[in-house]
Design a protein around this ligand. Structure first.
Ligand code: COA
Ligand code: AMP
Length: 636
């Protein structure tokens, strides 16, 4: 079977236009493209230029017309509210068309931005698809971000309308979204014309006259809107992701290439057939949610699952098994951290015995490095292939993985297997030349990237070129380091920038440093990611206080922890910081964050040749030991 992979992979690189032109036949087009791959502005490429389609039509209406009207499109299961709901493709089409009508009534037309700040409820998908229906550009912001982060995104995307809800539910607490939204709008310089608010039974939000409108009332007062033709190259959405500073990057995804690539991955990579139940246990606020809760399963005519709960504690570590057996889920996709949480609470998977999970065909893991222990644990207990695959918000779909749909390769633990068709993965040294097989270097992908990957950064083409295209001419720079072995397997080892990965969530240490530096007592600071048995990594702050500050350090630490939670949000998981006298730097003044991280994780490290004062590293080690780091940890 892997022979099929070799043939497709080679063809996709030798003749990308032919390969993706053929894949595009699986999508309904209103007008065919003039050219599959427009390279007239290389290194900026556009897919299916001249073509017209509507993504919402392809994700919903076409299935209603094509015989799936009564098939569930969405299964909503919310252990935190005790609610379950199923929407057929017909129900979903009707709700999306009406909500699109409500957006249209508020002046939303093709190209307008609509910001979506929603918990995990079906209405989040209704809002996204309603935007796609009108050709409006959605920008979904994850609910765990604080008002300041939301304000940054409002200013950048300049939405005409914001769609939100009265609250989200985290175990044990109701998270009031509306006051956070009000605060964000107050902080933002751009003001939306209107907000549409879903009132949930757990919390009644107060609405601001003239600006805010109740979801139900807006929908009751409108008529359905039709799908609007858009250019294949028009933006479908903007999704902000962490860069190296506090200013997030707005990844822009187009309509045509996105629909073609995502639909293609469902059969060829995930090995899924239309009509099956596909569950990506993530959140619509992340790229995994955009691609594999929302668009790919719907484009493929599958049933997708919205789960408003956690892998553990709602009510126990059997939550995922209950979901799989209750809804006969064939494919599960989540982050390794979810399985680490389940393994921690139920190490022998005793709860699994209460459920029939024989329907499950495969488990896919992504978002962070999969530790072999967790992979083995999942394989041993679930007895299905467990597939680690590597991708990024920017790429929108996997770069490398074991292609279940094309035939599985033997598993090598620690590797994310082979580059998918469309991806020409190379490893470059600092001099820009390819390194020997097996040597570590910067992982890059030869241009053009396949369809469905980022078209540009919103309002920031220069930043797009600088961040991804300029260091290695002719390649997309992933900012991951790793190697490819003699069999062509890809190993992703670490980020080459200051981004960390906390419970599968991508966070910028630079962004956190900006918050710490804003504390009146802080002279200098650094944030690093340290190893964590559950979340993979968690942030840890170091602060140097201004001369003359005499307030107790515990108080200052408490204040900066609260400040990060207030300004970035609980999702940052920033819970610890230490006060130190000085930070280790190179002679040119660069803080040695990499060395600090190795010391904290008790990994082997070398004294950097350019260090200014080696003594400081000893001081850092001593300070770390006071809070339990920089010591060998017992095995799990
Ligand atoms: N709205 C508001 N707050 C949120 C939130 C949301 N949508 N999502 C998370 N938070 C809060 C959490 O309540 C937590 O707050 P706390 O510090 O008061 O406890 C904080 O943000 C950190 O969240 P998280 O890192 O998710 O930790 P957790 O302890 O709540 O759960 C896991 C840990 C492993 C169970 C959880 O991360 C998980 O289920 N991960 C699954 C994988 C996943 O979703 N990956 C995304 C990419 S694929
Ligand atoms: P995000 O944009 O949030 O999806 O994060 C992307 C980053 O997460 C990548 O650049 C990697 O550093 C990391 N990542 C994602 N999936 C994997 C994986 N399977 N193995 C190792 N790292 C991964």
């Amino acid at each position: 079977m892997p022979a099929r992979y070799e043939e497709l992979h080679q063809r996709s690189l030798a003749d990308p236009a032919g390969f993706w032109g053929e894949a595009a036949k699986d999508i309904d087009w209103i007008r065919p493209w003039d050219v599959v791959l427009d390279d007239s502005r290389a290194p900026l490429y556009r897919w299916f230029a001249g073509g017209e389609l509507n993504t919402c039509w392809n994700a919903i209406d076409r299935h209603v017309e094509g015989g799936r009207a009564d098939q569930p499109a969405i299964i909503y299961d919310s252990p935190v509210t005790g609610t379950k709901r199923i929407l057929t493709y017909r129900d979903f089409r009707d709700q999306v068309a009406l909500f699109a009508g409500a957006l249209r009534d508020r002046g939303v037309v093709k190209g307008d931005r609509v910001l979506v700040y929603m918990p995990m409820v079906p209405e989040a998908l209704v809002a996204m698809l309603a935007c796609a229906r009108l050709g409006a550009v959605h920008s979904v912001v994850f609910g765990g971000f604080a008002p300041h982060e939301l304000a940054t995104r409002i200013n950048d995307a300049q939405p005409k309308v914001i769609v939100s809800a009265s609250c989200g539910i985290e175990p044990g607490r109701v998270v009031k979204y509306k006051p956070m939204l009000d605060s964000a709008i107050e902080q933002a310089t751009h003001k939306p014309e209107s907000c549409l608010i879903l009132q949930r039974p757990q919390e009644q939000a107060s609405l601001i006259d003239g600006r805010d409108h109740d979801w139900e009332a807006a929908v009751a007062a409108t008529t359905p809107a039709d799908c609007v033709p858009v250019a294949a190259t028009d933006p479908l959405y903007i999704l902000y992701t962490s860069g190296t500073t506090g200013q997030p990057k707005g990844v822009v995804r187009d309509n045509g290439g996105h629909a073609v690539a995502l639909k293609w991955t469902m059969e060829h990579f995930y090995g899924v057939k239309p009509g099956e139940v596909f569950w990506a246990a993530s959140d619509v606020g992340w790229v995994v949610g955009h691609s594999y809760i929302v668009y790919a399963p719907l484009l493929h005519g599958c049933t997708t699952v919205i789960y408003e709960g956690k892998p553990v504690g709602t009510p126990d570590a059997g939550a995922f098994w209950r979901m799989i057996s209750e809804y006969r889920i064939q494919t599960l996709f989540t982050a390794p951290t979810a399985f680490r949480a389940i393994k921690r609470d139920d190490p022998n998977a005793l709860l699994l015995k209460n459920y029939d999970v024989s329907c499950l065909r495969a488990l896919f893991l992504a978002g962070e490095r999969s530790d072999p222990d967790t992979l083995h644990w999942a394989e041993d207990h679930l007895k299905v292939p467990v597939i680690d695959h590597w991708w990024q918000t920017e790429t929108g779909w996997p770069i490398a993985g074991n292609p279940l749909g094309l035939g599985l390769f033997p598993v090598k633990y620690g590797s994310t297997c082979k580059p998918l068709p469309g991806w020409d993965v190379r490893i470059l040294g600092a001099d820009g030349h390819e390194v020997k097989r097996g040597d570590i270097g910067a992982i890059v992908c030869k241009l053009p990237l396949p369809p469905g990957t980022l078209a540009t950064l919103w309002n920031a083409e220069d930043r797009f070129r600088k961040s991804y295209l300029s260091e290695f001419s002719g390649y997309y720079q992933t900012a991951d380091a790793g190697f490819v072995d003699a069999d062509g397997y890809v190993y992703v080892m670490a980020r080459t920038d200051d981004i960390i990965n906390v419970a599968g969530h991508r966070l910028s240490t630079g962004g956190m440093e900006e918050v710490l530096a804003g504390h009146p007592d802080v002279a200098e600071c650094a944030v690093i990611g340290v190893a964590d048995q559950l979340k993979g990594q968690v942030p840890l702050g170091f602060v140097v206080l201004k001369a003359g500050v005499t307030r107790p350090t515990e108080v200052i630490v408490r204040e900066i922890v609260a400040k990060v939670r207030d300004e970035i949000g609980p999702v940052a998981s920033f819970k610890q910081a230490i006060v130190v006298d000085r930070l280790p730097k190179t002679r040119s003044g660069k803080i040695l964050r990499g060395t600090m991280q190795k010391i904290a994780d008790a990994e082997p490290w070398k004294m950097p040749a350019t260090i200014d004062d080696p003594m400081i590293l000893e001081e850092i080690g001593d300070a770390l030991r006071t809070i339990g780091y920089a010591v060998d940890k017992p095995a799990d």
